[in-house]
Design a protein around this ligand. Structure first.
Ligand code: SF4
Length: 441
């Protein structure tokens, strides 16, 4: 009888992408189907994140719940994948011996084989980095709606002093150019109209073409936007150092490239940026934004900011607040510094009291929220092109879709618009969404 799997995903869009590929491979290779909840499944898989301590703690807390399920049903298979698995490897089995499988982000395609090995072994651990092999072995992706992620590269070679990604995902490896395009074409044939190109450091993409030439992300964007059926292209996450002139040119010449950029700055203080080993100054970041706005004056820009990096002074923090105001960041993410074992920043002296860090985070978030609401209010009365993704949560005949600058808009409309673009005039700005009125196309 076909078994059922349940996948719990923590962390970033790369993990969401990998989880979807895990589902694809289990379905295609073993004929298994997804269960709606953990108690209904025969196989429980967790795709983990180790970027912050809190995310890592959640893994072991959920494993505690799954252990109880396994006590009731000893045949249940439990697997831990993703970055915590990559970082901890066998150590997960010491802390949670009831786990059967431990696999890394680069070995998700081997899941059916690993599950098969459980007939002969109590546990299977495979957290190796077999280059880009997984993309050659994964089945053709199945689209779920009109939006899809497409991973174009894996890993990161930047080694920012606070980050575990280069250790858990390995150095940067790009997929071949044609392999990415083939995946985009296959998704477009299934009705995908919006493609998000993914990578830990996506704008370091260096894809080899059939003739051996190596092309950058800007070239890939040009080709993806030209695929029939693709109407909107996004990419994430970018590093400011690789935010090249050719990418800015793509914003000037590719209308399908969404009017939204997520470009993590992390701090507005040059001293902190140097300690973080980010490789740019606040002035250089500002210069890239100016060059981008010269070709897309109204582009929405979001960012990531770490508050309370070891030794961050009030002056450093105020430089961050100033940069946030100057750039006018929209819908951004800010976090308290979380020391990750094994990273250089974990060993830096840190005398700033926790309460001061928390108060800085609250000040920053208040400023970011105010900027976001101000941008939302400025959209009232504007006509937006919205990709309809689902029925609105409040129900009725309301639909929900996303604008180019990534805001949810709820509006009344026919369900025939699902997974299609609609013209919507914004009528009201709320703290976390917009309300709108459907216009004739
Ligand atoms: S560029 Fe991003 S993923 Fe790479 S090391 Fe720095 S923070 Fe981590």
């Amino acid at each position: 009888m076909a078994r059922r799997f349940y996948i719990k995903t923590f962390g970033c869009q790369m993990n969401e992408y990998d989880s979807a590929r895990m589902a694809d491979v289990l379905h295609k290779s073993l004929g298994w189907t997804a269960a709606a909840s953990a108690p209904q499944a025969d196989v429980l898989l967790m795709n983990t994140c180790s970027v912050r301590e809190k995310a890592q703690e959640k893994v072991f807390s959920l494993l505690g719940e799954w252990r109880l399920l396994k006590q009731l049903r000893p045949e249940l298979i439990i697997g831990v994948g993703g970055c915590v698995a990559s970082q901890e490897g066998d150590a997960i089995l010491q802390r949670a011996p009831f786990v059967d499988l431990v696999f890394g982000p680069q070995t998700v395609h081997r899941l059916p084989d690993m599950i098969g090995q459980l007939a002969r072994r109590a546990h299977v651990v495979d957290v190796s980095f077999p280059e880009i092999e997984k993309f050659d072995r994964l089945p053709e992706p199945r689209a779920a709606g009109a939006r899809a992620f497409v991973s174009v590269m894996e890993g990161c070679s930047k080694y920012c002093s606070y980050c575990v990604v280069p250790y858990t995902r390995g150095d940067e490896v790009s997929r071949p150019f044609e392999s990415v395009l083939a995946e985009v074409r296959a998704l477009a044939c299934q009705g995908v109209a919006e493609v998000t190109l993914l990578g830990q450091n996506v704008n370091a993409f260096a894809g080899t073409m059939a003739d051996g030439a190596v092309v950058d992300l800007a070239t890939l964007i040009h080709h993806v936007a030209a695929v029939q059926g693709v109407e909107r292209v996004r990419f994430t996450t970018s590093h400011p150092l690789h935010f090249s002139d050719s990418l800015i040119e793509a914003y000037a010449s590719v209308p399908a490239l969404a009017n939204h950029l997520h470009l993590p700055v992390q701090s507005g203080s040059d001293r902190v940026l140097a300690l973080m080993k980010r490789g740019y100054t606040a002035a250089q970041y500002r210069a890239r934004i100016r060059a981008l706005r010269a070709v897309r004056p109204d582009i929405a820009i979001s960012t990531d900011i770490i508050v309370g990096f070891p030794g961050e002074s009030e002056r450093d923090f105020e430089a961050t607040l100033q940069l946030v105001a100057d750039v006018g960041f929209d819908q951004s993410f800010s976090f308290l510094f979380s020391a990750r074992p094994g990273t250089p920043a974990a060993a830096l002296p840190d005398e700033v009291p926790h309460e001061i860090k928390q108060s800085r985070l609250a000040r920053l978030q208040a400023q970011l929220d105010a900027q976001t609401l101000s941008i939302s209010r400025s959209m009232v009365g504007s006509r937006q092109r919205v990709l309809v993704e689902r029925a609105a949560k409040r129900g009725g005949a309301e639909l929900a879709g996303r604008t180019e600058n990534n805001r949810w808009v709820n509006f009344a409309g026919p369900s025939a618009l699902m997974n299609r673009f609609a013209a919507v005039t914004v009528t009201e700005a709320l703290p976390h969404s917009l309300r709108g009125r459907l216009e004739a196309a």
